[in-house]
Design a protein around this ligand. Structure first.
Ligand code: AMP
Length: 231
């Protein structure tokens, strides 16, 4: 019978290998160049989002890549399941994990996190007179902090996607989400009313791993830093 469980050798390889966590979706689509410049060539299936595989080898026997949801990159790195990762600054701001160190702005997947609302209600009244507002978002912490600085209590409806339809379905007055070209807002009858933060992707590392494996992780930070200056 074929062994189902990994051998002791495989288990020890899995523990000593460094793991780089990458997010599915827009960031993954734009990070192939920076990976290439840093000398990382993952197996091609990484970029095939219909592949069910989650872990991929690279041209470096000591480095594997895992492909996870963008919010989960930060969680895997914070808990040490992955030692390094590439993660949007939106996710870092939302979670604010003390275990994560973000040494490099990779200047990719640039967008903004903004407030938007239906064209029909935008500008109808003055938000500075509001005491509370209902807002749909997948960023409850960023959202609450943003409105609190304006003296407004945000009643957050926490969605994981498709928040653009929340106002038209009567769930909320506004939404807070990532905006790049603005096409998604436009297609759903919304208009951007305020930019909260400009967003880009960062290289992130687990602070404990950086202390216990300083040479390996320091080497990868240096490679990514160099990649940023490579034309
Ligand atoms: P757009 O129509 O180009 O403004 O893109 C907006 C949609 O894409 C929203 O659903 C966003 O959540 C998503 N989006 C835009 N930029 C990014 C990014 N850098 N990372 C992840 N999702 C993004």
């Amino acid at each position: 019978m074929t062994a189902v469980f990994p051998s002791l050798q495989q288990q020890s390889d899995a523990q000593t290998k460094l793991v780089l966590a990458l997010p599915k979706g827009r960031i993954l689509e734009t990070c192939d160049k920076v990976l290439e410049k840093a000398g990382i060539r993952p197996e091609p299936d990484l970029f095939n989002e219909s592949s069910r595989k989650l872990r991929f080898v690279t041209n470096h026997s000591e480095l594997d890549v895992v492909r996870v949801r963008s919010f989960d990159v930060a969680t895997f790195v914070a808990f040490g399941g992955a030692q390094i990762g590439i993660c949007g600054s939106d996710v870092l701001m939302e979670f604010d994990y003390p275990e994560i160190y973000a040494p490099l702005d990779l200047d990719i997947a640039k967008c903004r996190i903004s407030v938007a609302e239906p064209v029909a209600t935008a500008g109808m009244d003055d938000p500075s007179t509001w005491s509370r507002v209902r807002v749909a978002t997948k960023y409850p912490n960023i959202t609450k902090r943003h409105y609190a600085t304006r003296g407004i209590h945000a009643d957050v409806v926490h969605l994981n996607g498709a928040m653009e339809i929340a106002p038209s379905l009567g769930l909320t007055r506004q939404i807070v989400d990532l905006v790049d070209t603005g096409r998604t807002l436009k297609a759903n009858g919304l208009v951007e009313t305020e930019v909260i933060h400009l967003i880009s992707s960062r290289l992130i590392v687990n602070r404990t791993a950086l202390k216990t494996r300083p040479e390996e992780i320091g080497n990868w930070i240096a490679r990514f830093r160099e990649a940023l200056t490579t034309p």
